[in-house]
Structure formats: C-alpha cells, structure tokens
Design a protein around this ligand. Sequence first.
Ligand code: PNS
Length: 170
Amino acid sequence: MKKAIYPGSFDPMTYGHLDIIKRAAKIFDELTIGVLDNRAKTPLFSVEERVKILSEACKDIPNVKVESFSGLLIDYAREKNFHVSIRGLRAITDFEYELQIAQTNRLLSGGDLDTIFLTTSLEYSYLSSTGVKEIASFGGDLSKCCPEFIADLVYKKYNVKNPKFRREGN
Ligand code: PNS
C-alpha cells in the first residue's frame, strides 16, 4: 500500500491545502494529514481545533486521515512508517524554504523520508494561511480562500462579522 504524510501547520486550512490533499489522495492509497503541534508558537487555532477542521473538510475523501504530531517530522514518520512527505509549492518564493526542509528531512532520516512536491493549482497560488488571517482580521471576504465553515470560525476568532452578512444587512 502506497501511503504518504502531508505535514503542515494548517492554521487555518485553505483551498490551497484542500487542492493538494485531493490531488495527493488520488496518487496515494492512504494520505495522512499531519497537523503540527508546535508548543513554541501561538497559533490562531489550537491543534485540536485544526484537526477537527481538517477532518470536517476532508470527511468525504475516504483515504484521508487527520492526525497531529509534535517534534521532528522524521521521528513521527519513522514511528508511523511513512517514507513520503507531500508538500505544496505555490511559487518560486516557496522553493528555498521547502528545499531546506526536504533536504534536512532526507539527511536526518538517512534517506528514509523523501519529499514529493505538488505544484499548487494556479487559482490558489496566491493563498496562504497568514493572508487568510490578515484578511479576516480586517473583516475582508474569505469566500475565495477557504470553505465557508472555516471562514466563519476565523471571523469568530477575530470577533468580526462575516462580510456576507454585513452586505445582506443582517
Ligand atoms: O505549514 P508549514 O508551517 O509551512 O509546515 C511546516 C512543517 C510542519 C512541515 C515543518 O515546520 C515541520 O515539519 N516541522 C516539524 C519539525 C521538524 O521536523 N523540523 C525539521 C525540518 S526543518
């Protein structure tokens, strides 16, 4: 069985992530989304919330599982027997950072963990979790960025109203 891990912070999940998930799930028999629990950072959503959001967003993709991990990716991969890590590449600006992670993981794992890059679909190449948070914090429109249930959760975190309802005068 061909299986892979798609690690990330997913704070929050965007349509760009979902695009990579759907395409990787077609290539591999089983795809596990590994949500990083990084205690050194203060994410907008707790790791439990992010796992729940991803599980909901992927509930109709049968070969996708969502888990959290902490520590080094190579240790988690070794424990769970993953030999392939999936990452999305949006633009050349991602490349240096991604190359560094991929090379480090290959080196630290003794060649046991390889990285496969999927190029993000062009329509999502502008998207980032950081951008989503900034747009939401100013009450901007997230309808092209992430599923509506996620947008609602992000607005709630910033205590702002979904602009859709503002337009409708509710
Ligand atoms: O969504 P992100 O924040 O770009 O994902 C980055 C991630 C989670 C893939 C990376 O930070 C990671 O794997 N962190 C776990 C710690 C680790 O293994 N570091 C060594 C590789 S540099």
